[in-house]
Design a protein around this ligand. Structure first.
Ligand code: ADP
Ligand code: ZN
Ligand code: ZN
Length: 669
């Protein structure tokens, strides 16, 4: 008797497509979660089997056959399929659009001749071995936090709230250890922000568990390396995965604990593609796996804090720095405005630096802007240097003798005179790290100054070398951007000087203040990590702002509660739910025309509780010669918003010349 025919539902990475039915060739054995190659139009594309059925509604002559099955490993797990399906529904994409790109390229290709030998090598990575690193005795607060998490069963979202150095990482390590010991099959996901210090944390985890396989995943990994980690987690050989936001899409055999370190960090949100939040999906995944999730931060995001206040998330607090000698730094505010001032450093800051350096300690000068000056301008006619492709200024880089667009990378030489009126005295306006570096070299000629930003260190290797020099004491004054603010444990920094946070104070963006607060807490955390108390000196005109009062007391709770109060009064996030529709076209008029139509369609479909705002140009209106506009959609209740978006998306067909995309929970609205 002939075998009964079988049809496979297959998802592929193509916009707007649901699962497609394919005929399963006789003799091919398939299971849900198998990766396959299928014909699509004139191409052969990778796909994932989501179901098998003896019947199909597709007419026989339209049915095509599965071309190949990639049988190099076990099928994708049901939980992974559920995750990608949820992510697609939530972020308003096709299932295939969320699932297929989440696989390493290697797992999407038909096996070539070297596939087998590669697999053999990939499967041969062994735990590092050796003696486990030193483990401090947990203090009372750490022990209590661990006890609570371990005593709770099933899904519980925890917020581990504690300043830098309060011992959060030790708590993670302890929880990981308990989880691995309790169940020999259990796996742990430790997510970290997209920053250069992840190798440090990875090394710390490896050192603690020398007998377990600990693998990593970062966006700058070559695909082969990513595939190797991916496979080790998928097959259950790796017990711990340390990775950036992409690691949320790893396929686990038995996920038993999820940790998101620095959960407030904006790098957990993807800026393109699915535009997912790795942090939010981490919470979903813990819920699905009935396991605890730990969101760790010194400055939890306002969304997370709102959930703590509402009682949805449980709070664990570490109030003091863990190692006995370390104390919190003192914070001092200094007004930068002085009559006839020629320098960026105030006399107070210079004196504090002098004293710190004399005491044999290092100084960190923080300014979140690279280059020499944000713009070059003409005092006679008002000309300013702008990008030819974007609606923005070009930044003056003195060392490189270039004007550079920080959005698209377009560059040009320095004009000898104003291109508009010919005045030869064009001047840099504003301050970047290069300029402050120059001033410091003049002010402290005998001190060794090192600048760390994306211009001075562009590769991971250069960054490691720069940080090594700081740690080795080969540097007296360190000047840096965001790159130095995060995580790095500088044992000998006695003073942090913060220049010009005021630019961000004045930003209209919803989250500007909370992000500034988080950054300042982080830089402040660089001072006085070991030994004597450190000092933080902030040059700001807004000395009376409650933000600084809260910062001086290191009082995140007061700050966050005030922000929440304000948001509630103004019906802003997180008390409303938002989505953005973006359109890109050759002209702004085309982009806005599309959005205007989208508003009309939306108005017909939207229930009364969904609010649709007028289209506006994006803050960076032109990027690489593409004009961009956006429109905001808002609702008090999430289900109403999600249901509307799903319907609206079907009605918005791609139009010639207009590219559009949706973003759910945008960070900037
Ligand atoms: P965080 O992750 O909150 O920044 P860490 O866990 O990295 O804090 O701890 C900061 C420093 O204090 C590290 O050097 C760590 O080894 C040390 N430390 C953490 N917990 C303890 C403890 N209970 N006793 C002594 N030292 C500790
Ligand atoms: Zn001019
Ligand atoms: Zn540009």
């Amino acid at each position: 008797m002939a075998e009964a025919e079988q049809f496979a539902a297959v998802i592929v990475d193509a916009p707007g497509l649901g699962a497609l039915d394919y005929r399963v060739p006789e003799g091919m054995l398939l299971a849900p979660g198998d990766r396959v190659i299928v014909p699509l139009g004139t191409r052969k594309v990778p796909g994932i089997v989501t179901g098998l059925s003896p019947v199909t509604e597709v007419p026989a002559k339209k049915l095509r056959r599965v071309a190949a099955v990639l049988s190099d490993t076990i099928p994708l797990h049901a939980e992974w399929l559920a995750l990608t399906r949820f992510a697609a529904l939530y972020y308003q994409r096709g299932w295939g659009e969320s699932a297929v790109p989440a696989l390493p390229l290697f797992m999407r290709r038909a096996p070539g001749v070297r596939h087998e030998s590669w697999l053999k090598k990939a499967r041969a990575i062994g735990p590092a071995g050796g003696e486990p690193g030193p483990r401090p005795q947990l203090n009372d607060e750490q022990a209590e936090a661990c006890r609570q998490v371990l005593a709770s069963g099933g899904y519980v979202p925890w917020v581990l709230f504690g300043v830098t150095g309060s011992g959060k990482t030790e708590v993670y390590l302890h929880l990981i250890e308990e989880t691995l010991v309790r169940d020999p099959e259990a796996q742990v996901l430790l997510m970290v922000p997209e920053i250069n210090l992840t190798p440090q944390l990875e090394a710390r985890v490896r050192a603690r568990f020398p007998d377990e396989l600990v693998v990593a995943m970062h966006s700058d990994f070559p695909d082969g390396e990513r595939a190797r980690s991916w496979l080790a987690v998928h097959e259950g050989r790796a017990r711990v995965l340390v990775g950036t936001r992409m690691s949320i899409f790893a396929s686990f055999r038995k996920l038993a604990l999820v940790i998101v370190d620095e959960e407030h960090d904006t790098s957990f949100k993807a800026g393109d593609g699915l535009r997912f939040s790795g942090r939010d999906l981490a919470v979903w995944r813990a819920w699905k796996n009935r396991c605890p999730v730990i969101l760790g931060s010194a400055t939890p995001s306002i969304e997370t804090w709102a959930k703590v206040r509402k009682g949805d998330y449980k709070l664990l607090t570490l109030t003091k720095r863990a190692s006995a000698e370390a104390t919190l730094p003192a914070i001092r505010l200094v007004n930068p405005n002085r009559k006839g001032a020629r320098t960026l450093l105030t006399p107070d800051a210079a004196a504090a630096m002098e004293a710190t350096l004399k005491a044999g300690r290092q100084v960190l000068v923080f300014l979140n802007r690279r280059g020499y000056a944000p713009v070059l301008s003409c005092p006679s006619c008002g000309w300013v240097s702008t990008c030819r492709r974007c609606s923005t200024f070009t930044v003056f880089h003195k060392g490189a003798k270039r004007l550079v667009c920080h959005h698209c990378g377009w560059q040009t030489g320095i004009p000898p005179a104003c291109p508009k009126c010919g005045d030869p005295d064009i001047l840099p306006k504003g301050t970047g790290t290069e300029r402050i570096e120059e001033e410091l070299a003049v002010r402290f000629p005998d001190r060794r100054v090192l600048r760390i930003d994306r211009d001075s260190v562009s590769t991971r290797h250069e960054a490691e070398e720069a940080f090594r020099r700081v740690h080795a004491g080969e540097v007296d004054i360190l000047v840096g951007t965001q790159m130095v603010a995060k995580g790095h444990d500088f044992a000998n920094v006695g003073l942090v000087v913060v220049l010009n946070p005021d630019a961000q104070m004045l930003s209209p963006a919803t989250r500007a203040r909370e992000q500034l607060f988080a950054t300042l807490m982080q830089v402040a955390g660089r001072a006085g990590r070991a030994g004597a108390q450190g000092e933080v000196l902030i040059q700001t005109r807004f000395q009376d702002d409650p933000l600084f009062a809260a910062l001086a007391r290191q009082d995140y709770v007061a700050f966050a509660d005030a922000v929440l109060e304000d948001r509630r009064a103004n019906m802003a996030v997180p008390y409303v739910h938002q989505a953005m529709l973006y359109a890109e076209a050759k002209s702004l008029a085309e982009a806005e025309f599309f959005l205007t139509e989208a508003v009309e369609i939306g108005m017909r479909e939207a229930p009364p509780e969904v609010r649709i705002y007028d289209p506006v140009p994006m803050p960076l209106m032109r990027l690489m010669n593409v004009e961009r506009a956006q429109l905001l959609v808002e609702a008090d209740e999430r289900p109403a918003l999600q249901a509307f978006l799903a319907r609206w998306r079907q009605s918005l067909r791609a139009r010639a010349g207009v590219e559009w995309t949706m973003e759910v929970d945008p960070l900037e609205a």
